[in-house]
Design a binder for this molecule. Structure first.
Ligand SMILES: [Zn+2]
Ligand SMILES: [Zn+2]
Length: 348
């Protein structure tokens, strides 16, 4: 029971199905929360509630309105009570007086706040009012790396530039194989346009491989131009060192290994050519320095996706997605002029 106003004239009831402990076979039990509200405050914020929330009749107590899913499998999906509470508390008390526990909800409930707002058209479909709430929630929950996949969506819809950049950077470096979005709610339609999320991150992943391959392969191409007798042994020993670290051939390793793991392996690279008498400059190169530079360039290559840059460079109509991301890839030039979260900073 949540009392949002002592002079309430309506009750919004949320019946939730709560997951029981995994060892309990009985599955889900319903859990009821009653919100005592002022009808007019809700009705003015949502056409759905205006049309459906009953009026109190003279001589009767406040009517009870059971909030059910309407768009998404109406009979199966019930709204989450904490997500409903976030909206109702905001509408009744304003952004400055939200109860503390709304800042401690898990990320999936943040998705539910977005889903509930969209489902019932609260604040006429706008998230702007709750934006300060999300920013504070983000501060207090510090981006946990394991949750990056779930955080990109709320950071995007609440327009949190720093969070979106960190989450997308983390995903590009720490996922193996094709990156997919993970929606932790039953609002299945909530997801990001592939252009701004999975497509962009997978393009970034591909680019990381290109950079690392170019850096590690360049020295081999030099060996092919050498004429000394020891060049073959040097080339074999160099590649063999990479193979033994399980970092080579990159094309194969990268299919099932995250870039962060490959970079960790390369950090252990140590190789000195067997020859000490070769007068070719190629065999005398500092191979450790070559790999160190490759590591450095690859780990600096992608800073995450910047909401401000993305907004400035909307795709033109005749651009394919691929063109768009090539055009927008933050590699060349100064990208972060006017961006809220500077691109050069790496805080992971
Ligand atoms: Zn040589
Ligand atoms: Zn930017």
């Amino acid at each position: 029971e949540v009392i949002l106003a002592h002079n309430s004239d309506a009750t919004v009831r949320v019946i939730e199905s709560i997951d029981e402990d995994a060892d309990d076979r009985s599955g889900k039990v319903p859990y009821t929360t009653d919100f005592h509200v002022i009808r007019e405050k809700l009705a003015s914020q949502s056409n759905f509630l205006q049309a459906n929330l009953p009026h109190q009749k003279a001589g009767h107590g406040p009517p009870v309105f059971v909030l059910k899913g309407i768009h998404e499998q109406p009979k199966k999906v019930n709204p989450s009570s904490i997500a409903v509470e976030a909206w109702l508390a905001f509408i009744h008390h304003g952004i400055g007086k939200l109860p503390h526990h709304l800042y401690a909800m898990p990320p999936n409930e943040v998705w539910n706040v977005v889903g509930v707002g969209a489902e019932y058209g609260i604040c006429h479909g706008s998230l702007d009012g709750l934006k300060p709430w999300f920013f504070k929630w983000y501060e207090q929950n510090l981006l946990q790396q394991i949750l990056a996949r779930e955080l990109a969506f709320p950071c995007f819809v609440f327009d949190h530039a720093e969070g979106f950049m960190k989450a997308t950077k983390w995903l590009a470096y720490n996922c193996s194989g094709h990156v997919q979005e993970s929606n932790p709610t039953e609002y299945r339609h909530l997801h990001l346009d592939p252009r701004v999320f999975t497509g962009a991150i997978n393009a970034a992943r591909g680019h990381l491989k290109t950079v690392l391959q170019r850096e590690l392969w360049g020295v081999i191409e030099h060996l092919y131009t050498a004429t000394c007798a020891c060049r073959k042994e040097t080339e074999f020993d160099y590649q063999n060192t990479l193979v033994k670290l399980n970092a080579w051939p990159l094309e194969r390793v990268y299919q099932r290994t995250a870039m962060s793991t490959i970079l960790d392996r390369l950090a252990k690279f140590s190789f000195t050519p067997a020859t000490t008498t070769c007068d070719s400059r190629v065999c005398q190169r500092d191979f450790n320095q070559v790999v160190y530079k490759a590591h450095d360039r690859t780990s600096q290559d992608f800073q995450g996706l910047c909401l401000d840059c993305m907004r400035r460079s909307r795709p033109k109509n005749d651009m394919t997605h691929e063109d768009y991301w090539r055009y927008n890839y933050p590699v060349n030039g100064c990208w972060d002029m006017g961006c809220r979260f500077g691109h050069g900073r790496s805080t992971w």
